[in-house]
Write a protein that binds this ligand. Structure first.
Ligand SMILES: Cc1cc2nc3c(=O)[nH]c(=O)nc-3n(C[C@H](O)[C@H](O)[C@H](O)COP(=O)(O)OP(=O)(O)OC[C@H]3O[C@@H](n4cnc5c(N)ncnc54)[C@H](O)[C@@H]3O)c2cc1C
Ligand SMILES: *[C@@H]1O[C@H](CO)[C@@H](O)[C@H](O)[C@H]1NC(C)=O
Ligand SMILES: *[C@@H]1O[C@H](CO)[C@@H](O)[C@H](O)[C@H]1NC(C)=O
Ligand SMILES: *[C@@H]1O[C@H](CO)[C@@H](O)[C@H](O)[C@H]1NC(C)=O
Ligand SMILES: *[C@@H]1O[C@H](CO)[C@@H](O)[C@H](O)[C@H]1NC(C)=O
Length: 559
C-alpha cells in the first residue's frame, strides 16, 4: 500500500508539468519573471520580430511552416545568469524548455514540441564566445558557438591546432557535441564528445554544475546522450589537437552506370575503413549530386589527409588506384582552409565566412541512418545503387570509421558505434518549397529504401546515430494514460528502449540512471529524450552546485 502511494506521488510529479502546461496562460507570468531577472532579449508570440526570432535559425524547413507548434516566447540569454533565469522562469510558468544552439536538429526538436505542450525556445545564439588557451591546447566554447566560430577561433589562435567535430559550419556546438559529433578528424582523434574535458551545465533546479559538480555519470551522459535531456549546457571545455601546417584535400565525382558506380563503392568499402588514421575518404552516392551536374547516378569522394599531397597520392596509388589518380588534383592547404573547402559554403568563400551563423541555402529534408559492419556483396550494391538512380532527390553518405573510432571502447561515451563498424550510413532526401506537396511521397521513398537496406546493415538492434535524429524509430508520449494503468514499473523507460537501444546499444540503462540522477522530474524532455526512472532503483546523488562567479570570473571559464 505504502509503495502504491509512493508510486502515485512519483507519477503525479512526473506529469504535473504536462497538466499545468494545458492550463497555463500565454506566457505572461514567464515574461514577468524574465523581466524581474533582467533578461531583456525576449520576443513573445504576436509581437514584432517574433517570426524572425523563431525562424531564422531553423535549418529544416519541414518544421518552419504555419502548422508547426509555436512557442509562447523566444528568449536569447546574454549571460550564464540569464540562461539560469530562463530555465527557472520557464519551469515556474510550466513551460516546456526548448534549448536551441544552432537549430540544426533533423526533426526540429529545438523549436517544436511533440505533444503541443506550451513551450518556450531558449536560444543560445548570443552565448557564442570561444576562448582558446594555446598553451594547454584547450578551449572554452560557449554552447551557442557554431562549429564554424569554434574552428575560426582555434585557427586564429594557432594554425597548429584543430578541433575534431562535424563539417557543417552553422551546426551549433550545443546540440552537436551533445550527440557525439563526427567529422573529418574523427578517424584520427575521435568524436567531438571524445575531446570534451569539462563542461558547465545549468540543471533543472537552476544550479550551475561543472564536471566535478555534476559527477562522472552525468558528465558521461551529456557527451553523446542527446541534446535537451540533461539540462542546458552553457559551455564545453574541449581538447584541441595538433595538425600539420599543410593538409591535403580533394573532391572528385565519378559518374557511370549503376554497376560501375557500385563497383567503385564496393572498393571504397574494402579500403576506406582501413586506411591510415590520417586519411579520411567519404562517399556520397546519388543521381542528383551537385558535383555530377545532371549526368545521372554517380559517386563523389571527399578526401582529406593530414599530410602532404605526394604522400596522399602514394597511399592511394597503393591502396585505391580505382578512384582515378590522373585527374584527382589533391590540393595542399592549411587545416582551416580545408574546413572552408568542405564546408558547403559557396565557391570563393573565405575563412572569415566560417563565422556566419546563418545558413543561406535551406531546404526540406528527411534523414535516416545505419551502421555497416561488413561490406555488401557486389550484386547487392548494384541493386541499391540502381534503386538510388530512380530518385534524384535522395542520396546516401558513407562516412568511413576504423582508425581511432575502432579503438575507443563503446562504453567510453553514450555513442556506442565503435569497434567493428566499418562505416556509418546516412540516407537523405531533400526537396524545395515548390515540391513540398510531394512531401509524403519523398519521405515514403526514403523509408522504402531504408527497408531495402535492412538486410545488409548492423542489426539486433538495427543501429542509428542520434545526431541524425529519426522520429520514425519511435517517440515518447508523456501523456499516455494507458501507461499509467500498466503493470510495468517504468513504462516510459521501456517504451524509449525501442529507439534508445538503437542509438546507444548497451549504454541505454546507464543513460537512464544518469537522467534519474540529474533530472528526476523530467523537466528537460523531448520526443526522444531519455526518460527517468519513476521509482529510482539507484540512490539519487545530489549534484553539488558551484558558484557562478567561479566560472565567469575565476580560472575555470576565463582562461
Ligand atoms: C547541414 C547539417 C550538417 C551536419 N553535419 C554533421 C556532421 O558532419 N557530423 C555530425 O555528427 N552531425 C552533423 N549534423 C547533425 C548535427 O550534429 C545535429 O543535428 C546536432 O544536434 C545539431 O546541433 P545544433 O545545436 O545545431 O541543433 P539544435 O537544433 O539547436 O539542437 C539539437 C538538440 O540539442 C538540444 N540542445 C541544443 N543546444 C543545447 C544546449 N546548449 N544544451 C543542451 N541541449 C541543447 C536541442 O534542444 C535539440 O534537442 C549535421 C546537421 C545538419 C543539418
Ligand atoms: C536578440 O538576440 C538576437 C540573436 O542573438 C539578436 O539578433 C538580436 O539583435 C537581439 N535583440 C536585442 C534587442 O538585443
Ligand atoms: C553543367 O551542364 C551544363 C549543360 O547541361 C553545361 O552547360 C555546364 O557547363 C556544366 N557545368 C559544369 C561545371 O560542368
Ligand atoms: C499519447 O497517449 C494518449 C493517451 O493514451 C493518446 O490519446 C495519444 O494519441 C498518444 N499520442 C501519440 C502522439 O501517440
Ligand atoms: C572576481 O574578480 C574580482 C575582480 O577581478 C576579484 O576581486 C574576485 O576575487 C574574483 N572572484 C573570484 C571568485 O575569482
Amino acid at each position: 500500500m505504502a509503495a502504491l502511494v509512493l508510486f502515485s506521488l512519483v507519477l503525479l510529479r512526473l506529469f504535473a508539468a504536462v497538466q499545468a502546461g494545458a492550463a497555463q496562460d500565454d506566457g505572461a507570468s514567464f515574461t514577468a519573471c524574465l523581466a524581474a531577472a533582467g533578461v531583456r532579449n525576449v520576443t513573445t508570440r504576436g509581437s514584432p520580430g517574433y517570426g524572425a526570432a523563431l525562424r531564422v535559425p531553423i535549418m529544416n524547413l519541414r518544421f518552419a511552416g504555419a502548422g508547426a507548434p509555436q512557442p509562447a516566447a523566444v528568449v536569447v540569454p546574454a549571460s550564464l545568469e540569464e540562461l539560469r533565469a530562463a530555465v527557472r522562469c520557464a519551469r515556474a510558468a510550466a513551460l516546456v524548455v526548448r534549448l536551441r544552439s544552432g537549430g540544426h536538429s533533423y526533426e526540429g526538436l529545438s523549436y517544436t514540441t511533440e505533444d503541443r505542450s506550451a513551450f518556450a525556445v531558449v536560444d543560445l545564439a548570443a552565448l557564442d564566445r570561444v576562448r582558446v588557451r594555446v598553451g594547454g591546447a584547450t578551449a572554452w566554447v560557449e554552447a551557442g558557438a557554431t562549429l564554424g566560430q569554434v574552428y575560426h577561433a582555434v585557427a586564429a589562435a594557432s594554425p597548429a591546432l584543430a578541433f575534431s567535430a562535424g563539417s557543417c559550419p552553422t551546426v551549433g556546438s550545443g546540440g552537436h557535441i551533445a550527440g557525439g559529433g563526427f567529422g573529418l578528424l574523427s578517424r584520427r582523434h575521435g568524436l567531438a564528445g571524445d575531446n570534451v574535458v569539462d563542461a558547465v551545465l545549468v540543471d533543472a533546479e537552476g544550479r550551475v554544475l561543472d564536471r566535478s559538480g555534476m559527477g562522472e555519470d552525468v558528465f558521461w551522459a551529456i557527451r553523446g546522450g542527446g541534446g535537451g535531456a540533461w539540462g542546458a549546457v552553457y559551455a564545453w571545455r574541449v581538447q584541441l589537437r595538433p595538425v600539420p601546417e599543410h593538409v591535403t584535400a580533394f573532391v572528385v565525382n565519378r559518374p557511370g552506370t549503376a554497376a560501375s558506380v557500385a563497383r567503385l563503392v564496393s572498393t571504397w568499402q574494402h579500403v576506406a575503413p582501413w586506411l591510415p588514421d590520417e586519411f579520411y575518404i567519404s562517399a556520397f552516392v546519388g543521381a542528383g549530386l551537385p558535383e555530377s551536374n545532371g549526368t545521372g547516378i554517380s559517386v563523389t569522394f571527399k578526401g582529406f589527409y593530414l599530410g602532404p599531397a605526394d604522400e596522399a597520392l602514394q597511399i592511394l596509388t597503393a591502396r585505391f588506384p580505382e578512384i582515378g589518380l590522373s585527374d584527382l588534383n589533391p590540393r595542399e592547404m592549411s587545416w582551416i582552409e580545408s574546413v572552408v573547402f568542405f564546408s558547403g559554403l559557396p565557391e570563393g568563400s573565405s575563412v572569415s565566412d566560417l563565422t556566419d551563423r546563418v545558413l543561406h541555402k535551406k531546404n526540406y529534408f528527411k534523414a535516416k541512418s545505419d551502421y555497416a559492419r561488413r561490406p555488401m556483396a557486389l550484386d547487392q550494391l548494384i541493386r541499391a545503387v540502381d534503386l538510388l538512380s530512380e530518385q534524384p532527390r535522395a542520396y546516401v553518405i558513407l562516412d568511413p570509421y576504423g582508425g581511432a573510432m575502432d579503438r575507443i571502447d563503446p562504453a567510453d561515451l553514450p555513442f556506442p558505434h565503435r569497434k567493428g563498424n566499418i562505416h556509418g550510413i546516412q540516407y537523405l532526401i531533400e526537396w524545395a518549397a515548390d515540391e513540398d506537396g510531394h512531401r509524403d511521397e519523398f519521405m515514403d521513398w526514403l523509408r522504402r529504401f531504408y527497408d531495402f537496406m535492412g538486410a545488409y546493415v548492423a542489426k539486433n538492434p538495427r543501429a542509428a546515430y542520434i545526431n541524425y535524429m529519426d522520429l520514425d524509430l519511435g517517440t515518447n508520449n508523456w501523456s499516455d494514460d494507458r501507461q499509467l494503468d500498466n503493470k510495468i514499473p517504468n513504462p516510459e523507460v521501456e517504451a524509449a528502449r525501442a529507439w534508445g537501444e538503437r542509438y546507444f546499444l548497451g549504454n541505454y540503462d546507464r543513460l537512464v540512471r544518469a537522467k534519474t540522477t540529474i533530472d528526476p522530474d523530467n523537466v528537460f524532455r523531448n520526443a526522444q529524450s531519455i526518460p527517468p526512472l519513476r521509482v529510482p532503483g539507484v540512490t539519487r546523488s545530489s549534484p553539488r552546485g558551484i558558484s557562478p562567479e567561479v566560472i565567469s570570473n575565476g580560472s575555470t571559464y576565463d582562461s
